[in-house]
Design a protein around this ligand. Structure first.
Ligand SMILES: *[C@@H]1O[C@H](CO)[C@@H](O)[C@H](O)[C@H]1NC(C)=O
Ligand SMILES: *[C@@H]1O[C@H](CO)[C@@H](O)[C@H](O)[C@H]1NC(C)=O
Ligand SMILES: *[C@@H]1O[C@H](CO)[C@@H](O)[C@H](O)[C@H]1NC(C)=O
Length: 356
C-alpha cells in the first residue's frame, strides 16, 4: 500500500440480480498504421509524451478532476488530450472492459498532502513518487481545494480528510510485453544520432520523442466528495474501519461516523469528468438530513439502490481513472545511452518536483 494513505476501504456494490455483469478480455495487436497517425492527441497505448511539456498542469490536458475551466460546458470531455507520438512499431496490449457496477472507495488521509496522494493513487509516473505534482503542482492551494470541492479552512489545521469515491470503470488497457517489440525507424535514427554525453542533446531528444510512454490506462468516471474531520472524529472512524472486516451490511454505523459533530466541513460532490448535469443531480438527490442544514452527501447512496442505479447509468467514460507512465528506457539498445537518458529524465523530474 502507498505510504501516504493510511487506510483504504473498498466496498463493492454488486447487485447481481439488477446488473448484468460484463467482463470481456480481448487481445489486440496494433500494427503501425500510416505515418500521419504517428503524432496525435488521443489516448494511445504505448505512445510517448514529454511529461515536462505540461508538468504541474497535466490535469489541464487530462480529465482527472472537476476543474472549472472556461471551455464549453456542453463539450464532451476527453480523458486525455496531451500531444503524443508513436515510438513502438508493433506493441500489443490487453483491453479489459469494466464491470457494469459502481465501486465505492473510502480513503482516510491524515493530511492534505496525503489527500492529494490518495486522489492520484492510480496514477504512476516512473521517476517520481509524487505524481499529483505533475498534474496540479503549479496550482495554488486554494485552487486545488476548490477543485476538490472544499473551502479554505479558517482554522488552517492540517487534519484530517476523508475522500469518498464512487467509480465505474469503462475499460483498462495495458501493454502486454515489450520483448520482441520493434521501435519505429525514425526513433531508431534519432537515438543513434543522439550524443549520450551531451545533456542538451538528450533534452532535445526528450522534447522531440518524449520522456515516458503510456504503459497502461483506465477510463471511466467517478463521483467524489471530501469530508474534513475533527481529529477525534477521524480517530473514531479510523478505529471503526480497522476493527471491522466489513462490507455494506453495516452501512448505518458507518454513516453515523459522518455526523456533524465529527466534521469541520462537508465538501461539494464533484464528477471527475466535470459533468455539471450530474453534479446538479447529486446536489438535488443526495440531500442528507443528518446535518444541521440538509447537505448533499454521497453516503445517501449507501442505503438507496434506486439512487445508485441512476448514478450507475449516468457514469460514462469521460474521465481518466488511472495512468501509468514509464520512461523510454526500453527503447535504447545502447546501454550507455540508456543509462544517461534515464539519469537526465529522473534528475529533471526531481528538479521539477521540488519547484512545483
Ligand atoms: C515486431 O516487429 C519485429 C520486426 O519487424 C519482429 O521481429 C517482432 O517479432 C515483432 N513483434 C511482435 C510482437 O509482433
Ligand atoms: C558529445 O558531447 C560531448 C560533450 O558535449 C562532446 O565533448 C563530444 O565531442 C560530443 N560527441 C560528438 C560525436 O559530437
Ligand atoms: C453529462 O451527463 C449526462 C447524464 O449522463 C449526459 O446526458 C450528458 O451528455 C453529459 N454531458 C457531457 C458534456 O458529457
Amino acid at each position: 500500500m502507498r505510504r501516504g494513505v493510511s487506510n483504504i476501504v473498498t466496498i463493492f456494490y454488486a447487485f447481481s440480480k439488477m446488473f448484468t455483469v460484463l467482463f470481456i478480455i480481448c487481445l489486440r495487436v496494433a500494427f503501425s498504421a500510416s505515418d500521419e497517425s504517428d503524432l496525435g492527441y488521443s489516448l494511445s497505448i504505448g505512445n510517448a509524451i514529454n511529461v515536462f511539456a505540461n508538468y504541474g498542469d497535466l490535469s489541464q490536458v487530462t480529465q482527472v478532476i472537476s476543474a472549472d475551466y472556461d471551455d464549453d460546458e456542453d463539450e464532451f470531455p476527453e480523458p486525455f488530450s496531451e500531444k503524443n507520438i508513436k515510438v513502438f512499431l508493433n506493441v500489443s496490449s490487453k483491453e479489459t472492459l469494466g464491470e457494469d457496477r459502481v465501486e465505492m472507495n473510502i480513503l482516510l488521509c491524515e493530511t492534505f498532502d496525503e489527500l492529494l496522494d490518495g486522489y492520484f493513487q492510480n496514477f504512476q509516473i516512473e521517476g517520481t513518487d509524487k505524481p499529483w505534482k505533475a498534474f496540479m503542482g503549479d496550482w495554488i492551494q486554494d485552487e486545488i481545494m476548490r477543485t476538490l470541492g472544499i473551502d479554505v479552512d479558517i482554522a488552517r489545521d492540517n487534519c484530517c480528510y476523508v475522500l469518498l469515491k464512487l467509480s465505474k470503470v469503462h475499460k483498462t488497457v495495458k501493454i502486454d510485453s515489450l520483448e520482441q517489440v520493434a521501435v519505429k525507424s525514425y526513433v531508431e535514427k534519432a537515438m543513434s544520432a543522439m550524443n549520450g554525453s551531451d545533456v542538451a542533446d538528450i533534452r532535445k531528444f526528450m522534447r522531440s520523442y518524449g520522456t515516458h510512454y503510456i504503459d497502461s490506462y483506465v477510463t471511466g468516471n467517478f463521483v467524489y466528495q471530501v469530508f474534513k474531520f475533527k481529529r477525534y472524529g477521524y480517530n473514531m472512524l479510523r478505529s471503526y474501519v480497522r476493527d471491522q472486516k466489513h462490507h455494506t451490511d453495516n452501512s448505518d454505523r458507518l454513516r453515523s461516523h459522518f455526523a456533524s459533530n465529527f466534521l469541520r466541513q462537508v465538501g461539494d460532490i464533484r464528477l471527475a469528468s466535470g459533468n455539471k448535469t450530474i453534479e446538479a443531480w447529486a446536489r438535488r438527490n443526495l440531500l442528507d438530513s443528518q446535518y444541521l442544514y440538509y447537505r448533499p452527501s454521497l453516503l445517501r447512496l449507501f442505503y438507496n439502490n434506486a439512487l445508485i442505479l441512476s448514478l450507475n447509468r449516468m457514469l460514462d467514460d469521460g474521465a481518466l481513472l488511472g495512468l501509468s507512465l514509464k520512461t523510454l528506457a526500453p527503447l535504447f539498445k545502447d546501454e550507455e545511452k540508456r543509462r544517461k537518458y534515464v539519469e537526465v529524465v529522473e534528475n529533471d523530474m526531481k528538479l521539477w518536483e521540488v519547484n512545483a
